[in-house]
Structures are given as C-alpha cells and as structure tokens.
Design a protein around this ligand. Structure first.
Ligand code: SAM
Ligand code: SF4
Length: 470
C-alpha cells in the first residue's frame, strides 16, 4: 500500500492557538478558576497525544488537577487495542455522572482511538449524554476549535470522520518532567496485522520531516532534556514516504549528534523491517540505549502467517540472535499474544521455544482480544477460554523466570543510571534507569535528578535493583 503524507498548514495551527486565546477570554469573563484533568489510556503514542492536549489547554489558561470533582474540563484519551481497555474507559466515563451532577458546567471530552470506531462513537452518543465532545486522533490538531463550538453553542460535538490522517507541526506541548521526553516521529500504520485495530483508527503511515524532529530534539536539549524516546508504530519504516527519503538509522545518527541529549530510545521496531544498518548504528552509538523492543507476537510460523506478521519463527530467531551477538549487552523485550484464533498447544510450544532461546529481559503477554473490523475477528474461533488461560499462565511463568534471571545478571556490578525522579513512595530514595531499561532505586535527593551517575547494583529484587551511588 502506498504511504501518504498530508501536512496541516502552519496557519491552521496558528488559528487554533488564536482560538485558545478566545476560550481563555471567555473563561476569564465567567471568572472560572479553570482546572483541567487529562486521563490517558494505552500506549506511549497516546501519552504523547495527551501532551498536546495539555499544551492546548495550558494555552487556554487551564491549570491541571487530578481531582475529577475540581476539574472544569475532563479529557479522556482512549485506547482501542483490547476490549478490556475499552470496558475500563466506558466504566470510568459512566462514573463521571457523579462529578457532572456535582459540577453542572463541567465539560467532558472523550478522544483517541476508541471513539474513532463508528460503533463506539455511536454508543457514546446514545448512552453517555454527559459527554460533550468526542474527537478521533485525526482531529486532535483542531481540539480548540471543537471545544469552542461546545462552549459557544452549549451543544454536543462529534468529530470522528474517517480519514487517513495528516502530520501537524507546532502544536503546543506540555510535558511532565524535563529529564525525559517522548517524541512522535511518525503516525499511523500500514502493516495490518490481522488482529490489530491500530491501522483502522490511526490511519496510514506518515512520517514527520527529519528537520522538524531534529528541531524539536534541539529545543528539548536546550531545555535540559537528557533522554529522548522516538515513537512510531513501526519506526523501521520511518522516512520512506518523505520527499527526501531518509532511513530510521540515518535519523538516529543525526539525533546522536545533538549536544545535551545523552540517551536515545525508540519504540516500536517491527522485526520484518529491522535493517542491518540499524544494528550497526546501535552498535557504534554511545547514546542509543542498550534496549530493543522486538515484538514476537507468536513463535509459530503458521500463526505468524495468519497474523500477517511477514516473518517466520526462524527469521525472527536469526534476527534476535544476530542482534545479541553484535551487541552482547543489549536487553531484548517483546510482546506476545496468546489465544489467537486456531492456536494449538504446538503453536504455544513454538512460542515457549523462542522465549527460551532469546531469553527476553521482559515480555508483555496479552490474551487475544477480538477487534471488530479486523480480519481475525472473522476467523473461526477454535480456542476455549480455559485453554487460553492455561497457555497464558505457561507463557507468563516462563517469561518471568527468564526475565528474573536476565535482570539479575548485573548484581554487584557498577553501571550508569539516569536519575529520573525522587521516589515518591520511599523517602530519601531516587529512581534511576539503566541503559538497558532496568530500574534502580538508590539513596539520594532532588539534586541528582537529571544526572547520569555510576551506581553499584547491590541487590536485585526480581525486576529492579536497590543500589548506591559510587
Ligand atoms: N506497533 C507495535 C507493534 O507492532 O509491535 C505495537 C502496537 S500495539 C498498540 C501493542 C501490542 O498490543 C502489540 O504488539 C500486540 O502484542 C498487542 N495487541 C494488538 N492488538 C491486539 C489484540 N487484538 N489482542 C491482544 N493484543 C493485541
Ligand atoms: Fe498493529 Fe501490527 Fe501496526 Fe503494530 S505493526 S500497530 S501490531 S498493525
């Protein structure tokens, strides 16, 4: 499928920012305190989108709160990847009945992937009258305009038209914390794994211009940011649709040159597109972290074929083991789905075999969730719930046993950790992260936050360390 790129004109974003000023004036004339709550579900892409929503809200003069009863506006940014996430969202939106009763002027917005599905937007229209504004991921750039319509007309607004999506630059952003930043380098997905709703709700794959990404990285570095996480559904196909094509490996090399940025991470890498160039750039880099998330989904070649993943068990293993050989200190993590239609015990054995051979440092295991509109939703269901639970437990146990061993292998050694924050639950401790993504807690105070320090990894507590600064 050909990739597309459509850019929202810069003047459109300036117009949205101007509308933020008008909303601020309306709020001031109502002498409204103006507090906002943004509740985010799902992946880092959604977290990054919520930073834009907060950016716009800050332009409108809103402060931020975690208290639903204090908030004048609540924005729920939703996920559609699994049914469980959707059920949680609907439950929590339903519970906002109480807050709106207590605070009748409260504005409730629901946005993100879940509402980009027609049946979900319709469900909210019919069954959740407390919701004032609904908008999909493609409409985020014009959130101010949509909100103004709600405020001026006091009516409900729904903006979830089908769209392939576009790239919008210069939306104001409000990030939590300065040490680390998420940065989307591309949007959408063209891969159409047969179980996955993402391509239908986030549109076709489109890359940001490298110049815009680098400009944002430089601004973050100037603001004291030390670590950047580059985000995309498949970063390995970054840049293919740009007028001046550039590979992801080339982009990484350019980010590496920015002074002040000490660490670079990225997510997610589809195994079918991971290039030898990327392995070389990672190997030679002093800033790219020693962690690669390489989603497996299944170890069975037949299930992978029916998932449309476009690699075999052998190809995946060859790639993972080659990466381990080239970069021995790398931590590999993965995603695994259990209970795909038609999956048998033999398929699970293949998955367990890959886990044993690759020895992941961590793995996210998911029970298959049927997503309407995806091809797999129409596959004959041949997997009973009890079978799924049993196999899920087997996979989880092996993953955890393997990961515990892998994480503990550095006990007693000294490694560098970026100190991310003061530990909120234990006084006198700060929390840092190793290049390989393992967490370490150590004695320290706020003055350490943002620095990279050598830490002795004194004792491993399963999936994290207790340590001390050397
Ligand atoms: N683009 C990324 C990739 O290809 O790995 C990840 C996108 S998805 C938001 C994150 C993970 O959710 C996937 O890797 C997959 O394991 C899981 N997932 C996606 N659809 C699912 C479904 N229908 N049921 C269960 N898990 C699912
Ligand atoms: Fe979904 Fe596959 Fe795209 Fe990842 S690569 S977002 S799993 S369709």
């Amino acid at each position: 499928m050909p990739a597309i790129r459509k850019t929202i004109d810069e003047t459109e974003i300036l117009r949205q920012i101007e509308i933020c000023g008008r909303i601020r004036a309306i709020k001031n004339s109502d002498s409204q305190a103006g507090l906002a709550l943004v509740d985010t579900y799902g992946c880092q892409q959604n977290e990054a989108d919520s930073e834009k929503i907060r950016g716009y809200l800050a332009e409108m003069g809103y402060g931020f709160t975690q208290d639903e009863f204090a908030a004048d506006i609540i924005v729920v940014n939703t996920c559609a990847v699994r049914e469980h996430a959707e059920m949680r969202v609907l439950g929590n939106v339903g519970a906002l009945n109480h807050t709106k009763k207590a605070k009748p002027g409260q504005i409730i917005c629901v946005c993100g992937c879940m509402v980009q599905q027609e049946h979900m937007a319709e469900k909210i229209r019919r069954s959740y009258p407390i919701v004032d504004l609904v908008f999909g991921p493609h409409e985020l750039w014009r959130f101010p305009e949509l909100l103004l319509r709600v405020i001026e007309k006091h009516g409900r607004v729904f903006a979830t038209e089908k769209d392939d999506g576009a790239v919008a630059e210069n939306i104001p952003l409000r990030r939590d914390g300065k040490v680390k930043a998420w940065l989307s380098i591309m949007y959408g997905c063209n891969n159409f794994c047969t179980y996955c709703i993402v391509p239908y709700v986030r549109g076709r794959e489109r890359s940001r211009e490298a110049a815009d990404i680098l400009k944002e990285c430089r601004a973050l570095a100037a603001d004291g940011c030390k670590e950047i996480m580059l985000l995309g559904q498949n970063v390995n196909s970054y840049g293919k649709n740009l007028d001046d094509p550039i590979t992801f490996a080339q982009l990484l090399s350019q980010v590496e040159e920015i002074d002040g940025i000490e660490r670079i991470r990225f997510m997610t890498s589809h195994p079918k597109d991971l290039s030898p160039d990327l392995i070389r750039v990672m190997k030679e880099s002093s800033k790219i972290c020693r962690h690669l998330h390489l989603p497996l989904q299944s170890g069975s070649t037949e299930i992978l074929r029916r998932m449309n993943r476009r690699y075999t068990k052998e190809q995946y293993l060859e790639l993972a083991l080659r990466i381990r050989e080239e970069i021995p200190d790398i931590a590999l993590t993965t995603d695994i789905i259990v209970g795909f239609p038609g999956e048998t015990e033999r398929d699970i054995e293949d998955t367990l075999d890959v886990i044993r051979q690759v020895e992941y440092d961590n793995a996210f295991t998911f029970i298959y969730s049927k997503r309407s509109g995806t091809p797999a939703a129409d596959y004959p269901e041949q997997v009973s719930e009890s079978f799924i639970q049993e196999q899920f437990d087997r996979v989880l146990k092996l993953v955890q046993d393997t990961a515990r061993k892998r994480v503990a292998r550095y006990e007693g050694q000294v490694m560098e950790a970026l100190i991310e924050e003061v530990n909120e639950s234990s006084e006198g401790l700060v929390t840092g992260r190793l290049s390989n993504n393992t967490i370490v807690h150590l004695p320290g105070d706020a003055s350490l936050v943002g620095s990279i320090v050598p830490v002795r990894l004194s004792s491993c507590k399963g999936f994290y360390y207790l340590g001390e600064k050397i």
